[in-house]
Design a protein around this ligand. Structure first.
Ligand code: ISL
Length: 555
């Protein structure tokens, strides 16, 4: 018997260490805080945690600017704490994924400090350096002209994702370096084999310590166009006041797939089915296909971020039916990894809510996430319905994206507020009233302790669906068959199996009849958002209350 690798059925919880649990009272979360809550992770019912970066870092981008890939930031603990976290997680059969930032390091990483010191040092070619152009040369764009040093401008119009030029001048080298993100996040030069070796060695360091895989940050951005061509302007301006660019020449270059294949081969030398999850922002399902690799030899789990981001995802039965169908038909049986929530985007409860039925709609989002055939990923706080608490005053903003982009772009603090454990001081996150971001105002009702005590809470709904995903054979692995496929309001599918399971979701604010074409079976409700559904006796014609979900097995 060949058993599926564990990750094919994983339920992953993203944890933002700064915000999960503060064990030492400094107002910032830490590793011991996470370890202390592993029983809560088990109780929720996920089997995998992904920690966003906990490595030593100046914290300009809250850890996505790494200064040492083989240690732990003292604010979060020690390497011994990390070893204990991994061991304690494994004792509970929880897998641990770490974040791996391959595109860039911190500008305080010793590699960059050496590289920036002169043009001839052992690390001189580890980053993307360029002499620039004479400011007076023809074709120089206005954007380049904002960045003149010693009569030189950057070689092209590339912009940082976080605003301003993507090139920063270093007087010691009389050259610019490229940074897709903040200037404090210089891009590594992936055309230099020494860089690849150093980064793979860093990953081996953690694989040897027992981590079960990595979430690869901003993975599409590793390579830049060798000719450094100008990105085309798309018209209009972005929230930072710069022209909108199409990131054609610094994103998704084909070379990244060669690295992914070598990386996968390296990771596959380890026992225990280690897994590579990718941060792959793609506007369509078809665009995700290349990330799996032509021979399934790249990422096992590229993230499908469509539901978690822009690109037209709507609280709409038709949109999600199409999206889930695309995954079934286009991904050749590979697992999807739907992402609704993460540390970069407003929480889905707010994006898909209407202000009145937010929790009811969140139950549907939970059902979409947890009853589809794929790997599920949720974000800390989503299962209790934590909301986005975006700062209303510039002086309260901590995310530099919000500081430079204010007021059009308010940054990502809103989705990173402290975890709400209970109704006590600081929501049980910290003993210190001075938490790094304020606790959201709704913590007295929206918290783990209150929701555990309430059988009708969103948390109990998540727990129920997570348990079904784990224990019910059809939900775990069964093919998805969509029924009543032109219904504009009700999304219905069957997860096939010896005992099939029907999932029906009414996206509308009106009652709607279920049209399953499955009348006459013996039925057994597995989960129902409304008591009336638990009493239903037929699969066809049963009234689905507004914003309801029914998960029902039949024979
Ligand atoms: O945040 C985004 C959309 O809301 C993306 O543009 C995001 O900046 C990009 O996908 C990369 O994100 C990742 O790398 C960044 C880091 O700031 C993000 O937190 C991380 O998820 C740089 O390391």
């Amino acid at each position: 018997v060949v058993r599926d690798p564990w990750w094919k059925h994983a339920s992953i919880l993203e944890i933002y260490p700064r915000s999960y649990a503060d064990s030492n009272g400094d107002g910032t979360g830490d590793l011991d805080g996470i370890t202390a809550h592993l029983d809560d992770v088990s109780r929720l019912g996920v089997d995998t945690i992904w920690l966003t970066p906990m490595y030593p870092s100046p914290q300009v981008d809250f850890g996505y600017d790494i200064a040492d890939y083989r240690s732990v930031d003292p604010r979060y603990g020690t390497l011994a704490d990390m070893d204990r976290l991994i061991a304690q997680a494994h004792r509970r059969h929880i897998h641990v994924l770490l974040d791996m930032v391959l595109n860039h390091t911190s500008d305080k990483h010793p590699w960059f400090m050496a590289s920036a010191a002169s043009r001839d040092n052992p690390k001189a070619d580890w980053y993307v350096w360029n002499d620039g152009l004479d400011a007076a040369s023809p074709g120089v764009t206005p954007l380049q002209k904002r960045n003149v040093h010693d009569g030189k401008v950057p070689p092209n119009n590339w912009q940082s994702m976080f605003g301003g030029s993507a090139w920063t001048w270093v007087p010691a080298r009389k050259q610019f370096y490229y940074h897709r993100f903040y200037a404090q996040q210089p891009d590594l030069n992936w055309r230099n084999p020494a860089v690849e070796k150093a980064m793979f060695d860093a990953m081996r360091f953690w694989l040897d310590r027992g981590v079960d895989g990595f979430r690869l940050d901003a993975i599409s951005t590793l390579f830049e166009d060798p000719q450094l061509r100008n990105d085309p302007e798309r018209g209009g301006t972005n929230p930072f006041g710069d022209p909108n660019l199409d990131y054609r020449y610094s994103d998704k270059l084909p070379e990244v797939h060669d690295v992914m294949r070598r990386l996968r081969a390296m990771v596959d030398t380890y026992p225990g089915d280690r897994v590579l999850v990718g941060e792959t922002y793609e506007p369509t399902t078809a665009n995700l296909v290349p990330w799996y690799g032509r021979h399934n030899d790249e990422l096992q789990l590229p993230m499908d971020l469509l539901p978690g981001f822009g690109w037209g995802a709507r609280f709409d039965a038709r949109w999600f039916r199409q999206h889930l169908q695309d995954a079934q038909t286009q991904l050749k049986g590979e697992r999807t990894l739907l992402v609704f929530d993460n540390h970069d985007n407003p929480r889905s409860i707010d994006r898909f809510g209407d202000g009145t039925h937010d929790v009811a709609r969140a139950r549907i989002v939970a059902a979409l996430l947890l009853t589809n055939r794929g790997v599920a990923m949720t974000y800390y706080g989503a299962p209790i319905g934590m909301t986005t608490s975006t700062p209303t005053r510039k002086e309260d903003v901590r995310d530099p994206v919000g500081i430079t982009g204010w007021p059009k772009e308010k940054g990502r603090d809103g989705e990173r507020t402290p975890m709400q454990w209970n109704a006590g001081p600081q929501a049980g996150f910290s003993s210190n009233p001075d938490t790094w971001l304020p606790v959201a105002a709704n913590y007295r009702t929206v918290n783990v302790a209150s929701e555990l005590a309430d059988p009708s809470s969103l948390l109990q709904w998540y727990r129920k669906l997570l348990a079904l995903r784990r224990d019910n054979a059809a939900l775990r692995d069964g093919a998805m068959t969509f029924v009543d496929t032109s219904n504009p309001d009700v999304l219905t599918y069957v997860r096939e199996g010896e005992t099939p399971v029907l999932v029906a979701m009414n996206f509308s604010g009106e009652p709607r009849p279920l049209a399953s074409g499955q009348a006459g079976h013996d039925i057994h409700t597995l989960a129902a958002s409304d008591a009336s559904l638990a009493r239903a006796t037929t699969l066809d014609g049963t009234t689905l209350p507004p914003y309801s979900v029914w998960v029902v097995s039949f024979q």
